[in-house]
Design a protein around this ligand. Structure first.
Ligand code: UPG
Length: 479
């Protein structure tokens, strides 16, 4: 029998690519018949993912995983119709088709692999057409949580079946019942995509319709973390394909080098256990000058030692500042020289794994959430964009795994305001920092328990381990 070859198409962006690569590793580790080719999209503004993929490709020791960097798609940033995510993904279609054709040709050769399926990112469902052309099934890799999957599907059915105007909900102050959350969701923590019709279509409606056509949906979560959501998705009507919660899928080895990694780790080595609050806001999180100042004041007043990953807004947006020094309060760096360290890109998993770290102020991106749970570090919530407000709300109100700084702060990826949500004051941030650093809080206890559960889920007999087995069985049965 020819070896079954799976084609992975992750979305460009560290928050999506890292877990997709780890999922590929988990699949080949588990079943030595599987081979996987990972197609890396070459988005014009995302050099970090390409760098990361190259470093993985160079250090990859598994001959059953290979990486192919797709040709670069050019775009004109001033032409908004051509810089949209939807346009950029569409532009990659011919490259995906060509790469897969080359991969399997000539089919008659005994050495050429036989295609068994596509695994596409939750925002790359447009590649399902290409999978269909090759006559193979598509599995969707959902890089965030099961409750959010339920929210997307629910919204799409409200829109398509009951003609509900979703932007009206997004702009209101209603509370919404969602099948996958045990509490009603306030509109203010719904994602910003619900505020504009064209975002809704790209990020909610089109993907959700495609999810229903997929062979299966692989979710980066574990049943013990989201029993309510997983149960709702697996017992609801038949229009949802099989769900595979296989997480937490994490890269706990930190491939994403940080230039000053050594000095960061040395600095942490010199700190007392659980004494440092770590602040990091994902691959693209950034703040305007006013918010940076409030955060700095809060840190200084809290008197906790801190490690703060602070990067200026991306150069694509019109940046208010190019270096944090320009916007920090006068004398801040000198006054905090003995208690704090300001850094750019953080070696996040190594930091969270360090015993000196006692709390995490996070944007609540899903990978960061899973990583902090894995290492048993409680989180204080500071969401910025995407589904982070929804994650923050659930973490604090539904799951009791986080403390609140803000649940509804909303900005775009350039740190620009898109709603009326205002700057979070130093007082509020200081309170959140003190709360997340409390030594014997209920939240800390719960997080430690969830840490154990997350590790158990991946062990033989664990929920995610079994789910991964079912997924592989489905791939092979269908082959
Ligand atoms: N990371 C670092 N150092 C940094 C910043 C990030 O190592 O300085 C790593 C971090 O460890 C994590 C990843 O980068 O593995 C970031 O992922 P995540 O926490 O999920 O944040 P985003 O990069 O913002 O991820 C996007 C969305 C988020 C969503 C996620 C998964 O913004 O809202 O949950 O994708 O779909």
């Amino acid at each position: 029998m020819k070896q079954p070859e799976l084609v992975f198409v992750p979305l460009s962006g560290i928050g999506h690519t890292v877990s997709a690569v780890e999922l590929a590793k988990a699949l080949v580790d588990r079943d030595d018949r599987l081979c996987i080719t990972i197609l890396i999209m070459n988005m014009p503004f995302d050099s970090k993912t390409i760098e990361f993929a190259k470093s993985l490709a160079n250090t990859n020791t598994c001959d059953r995983i290979r990486f192919i960097e797709l040709p670069r798609v050019e775009f004109d940033p001033s032409d908004t119709s051509k810089s949209s995510m939807s346009f950029l993904i569409d532009s990659h279609k011919p490259h995906v088709r060509e790469a897969v054709s080359k991969l399997i040709e000539p089919e008659s050769s005994p050495d050429s692999p036989r295609l068994a399926g596509f695994f596409v990112d939750m925002f790359c469902t447009k590649f399902m057409d290409v999978a269909n052309e090759f006559g193979v099934p598509t599995y969707v890799f959902f890089t965030t949580n099961a409750a959010y999957l339920g929210l997307m599907l629910h919204m799409q059915s409200l829109h398509d079946e009951q003609q509900v105007d979703l932007t009206e909900i997004g702009n209101s102050d209603v509370e919404l019942s969602v099948p996958t959350t045990s509490l009603p969701i306030p509109a203010k923590v719904l994602p910003a995509v619900m505020l504009r019709k064209h975002w809704l279509s790209t990020f909610f409606l089109q993907p959700s319709r495609a999810f229903r056509e997929a062979r299966g949906i692989v979710v980066n979560t574990f049943e013990e973390l989201e029993p309510y959501a997983v149960n709702a998705l697996t017992t609801e009507g038949t229009s949802i394909p099989p769900i595979y919660p296989v997480g937490p899928i994490l890269n706990t080895k930190s491939n994403q080098e940080s230039s000053d990694q050594e000095s960061i780790m040395q600095w942490l080595d010199d700190q007392a256990p659980s004494s440092v609050v770590f602040l990091c806001f994902g691959s693209m999180g950034t703040f305007d000058a006013e918010q940076v100042k409030e955060m700095a004041l809060a840190l200084e007043r809290s008197e906790h030692h801190f490690l703060w990953s602070l990067r200026p807004p991306s150069s694509i947006g019109r940046s208010e500042y190019s270096s944090p020094d320009e916007v920090l309060p006068e004398g801040f760096l000198d006054r905090t020289a003995n208690i704090g360290k300001l850094i750019g890109w953080a070696p996040q998993v190594s930091v969270l794994a360090h015993k000196a770290v006692g709390g995490f102020v996070s944007h609540c991106g899903w990978n960061s959430t899973l990583e902090s749970l894995w290492f048993g570090v409680p989180t204080a919530t500071f969401p910025i964009y995407a589904e982070q407000q929804f994650n923050a709300f659930r973490s604090v109100k539904e799951l009791g795994l986080g403390v609140e700084i803000t649940l509804d702060y909303k900005r775009d990826i350039f740190g620009r305001s898109i709603t009326t949500s205002t700057t979070v004051s130093a007082d509020v941030i200081e309170k959140g920092i003190k709360s997340v650093m409390e030594g014997d809080s209920q939240v800390r206890k719960k997080v430690k328990e969830m840490s154990k559960k997350s590790r158990r889920a991946l062990m033989e007999g664990g929920s995610s381990h079994s789910s991964l087995g079912r997924l592989i069985q489905d791939v092979i049965n269908n082959y």
